[in-house]
Design a protein around this ligand. Structure first.
Ligand SMILES: *Cc1c(COP(=O)(O)O)cnc(C)c1O
Length: 220
């Protein structure tokens, strides 16, 4: 199967209001162009250097999303062009994004990354840490950051009930955060959850944005 047909099949099988982030990490600019020519415009990368190189070489109407662990000293490199950072999980990272966004006279959209999976390796706030972070209020001192929702990953397991349960917890946290902090903000509406192995469950549990790599580009 070609990348173009993988994209078409995925797009047709997913409700049209759900955004598809094509996760292109470790794949070449030629492969990204094949997806681009099939109409894909949102791409996700998880390493700063790779993202900067690719964005330099590829069409300017691509919407680049950063989906991995982000070191504060590298925010500067993506601040001029990044469309959405999925992985805000500390006040210090948020403050650095604020600073670099201001330097570039931009407002950068961000998601709060939430940890609900079993693996310790997955980063993010726990739901309680997220609520504490919001109640602390430092985010309200960041006029160059726009929080538009939350992001999370489920445990990598065949136990679909466990995966469903974790996505459901993300959805419930989203609803609480929306009600308590963003009720009047129509831009706060995104739940980024679901990857190649679990996106159908994520959609059933309320995902608005799926991040799919392998199913589009093949194995990395
Ligand atoms: C790599 C990655 C994905 C895509 O994973 P696939 O299993 O290839 O679809 C999604 N989200 C994040 C955060 C990733 O790092």
């Amino acid at each position: 199967m070609s990348i173009a047909s993988n994209i078409k099949i995925l797009r047709e099988s997913v409700p049209s209001e759900i955004k598809i982030v094509a996760v292109s990490k470790f794949h070449s600019t030629d492969e990204i162009m094949e997806a681009y020519e099939a109409g894909q415009r949102i791409f996700g990368e998880s390493r700063v250097q790779e993202l900067v190189q690719k964005s330099d070489q590829l069409p300017k109407d691509i919407e680049w999303h950063f989906i991995g662990g982000l070191q504060r000293n590298k925010v500067k490199q993506i601040a001029p062009f990044i469309s959405l950072i999925h992985s805000v999980d500390s006040e210090r990272l948020m403050r650095e994004i604020e600073k670099q966004a201001a330097t570039n006279s931009r407002t950068i959209s961000c998601l709060l990354q939430i940890h609900v999976a079993e693996e310790d390796t997955k980063s993010g706030f726990t739901p309680n840490e997220c609520l504490q972070f919001l109640s602390d209020g430092a985010w309200e001192e960041c006029p160059h950051i726009k929080f538009i929702g939350i992001m999370g990953m489920a445990t990598f397991t065949d136990d679909t009930e466990k995966v469903r349960n974790e996505f459901n917890r993300l959805r419930q946290l989203f609803e609480k955060v929306k009600t308590d902090y963003f009720a009047g903000d129509s831009d706060f509406k995104e739940i980024s959850m679901g990857m190649t192995s679990d996106y159908p469950i994520a959609i059933e549990e309320g995902s608005t944005m799926i991040r799919v790599g392998t199913k589009i580009f093949g194995e990395r």
